[in-house]
Design a protein. Structure first.
Length: 202
């Protein structure tokens, strides 16, 4: 249900796709549910996934038995399996990490291939990238520091906006909240708007 939802399905069965391009790439994957704009977009053969929210499990191709609830939850996951992400941007950049549980906005947001982590609370373990076997319960436990966020934003600018010569600091023109949004956003239009605003203030 929705434009291009499950548009390429060939032999998959028992799937539910609701929303624009939800489960668009699915071919033979079974028993998955995707609700939201481009939820489960890249899924091809993976099975038993639940993706609810804009871009949830967007990049997942073959990773199965996963739950992603919230905008961009498990967004870049490709082959990781048995992960649970509840909350906007939870486990957002995970790629191959397995058996992780992230509950709360931005929880385990920078984890890429760390395994067996449990993060409960907003920003919990948001500084973990490849570590495994960690447990954090409570808001901001293991959170990225403002200095680290500023450094990450600077890297983002250098990589994606090389024409900018000024150096971003954690107390720069955008402000801490916009810096964090800039680093975590997957919407290039939103990122460009923030960059343009920064340039205007310069």
């Amino acid at each position: 249900m929705g434009s291009s939802a499950m548009n390429n399905n060939t032999g998959g069965s028992s799937n539910v796709a609701i929303g624009y391009q939800a489960l668009l790439s699915n071919t033979t994957g079974n028993s998955s549910t995707a609700v939201g704009w481009q939820a489960g977009y890249s899924n091809t053969t993976a099975a038993w996934n639940v993706a609810i929210g804009q871009g949830a499990l967007y990049s997942n191709t073959t990773g199965g038995d996963q739950v992603a609830v919230g905008a961009r939850a498990l967004y870049t996951n490709s082959t990781g399996v048995e992960n649970t992400a509840i909350g906007a941007n939870a486990l957002q950049v995970n790629t191959t990490g397995v058996y992780n549980v992230a509950v709360g906005t931005y929880s385990l947001v920078t984890n890429t291939f760390g395994n067996n982590n449990t993060a409960i609370g907003t920003n919990a373990l948001s500084s973990t990238t490849t570590g495994s076997g960690n447990v954090a319960i409570g808001k901001d436990t293991g959170k990225l520091t403002p200095t680290a966020i500023g450094s990450l934003v600077t890297d983002f600018l250098v990589n994606y906006f090389p024409d900018i010569s000024r150096t971003m600091t954690n107390d720069g023109d955008l402000g801490a909240m916009d810096e964090q949004r800039l680093f975590y956003t997957t919407d290039k239009v939103e990122a460009q708007a923030m960059i343009d605003r920064w340039r205007e203030n310069g």
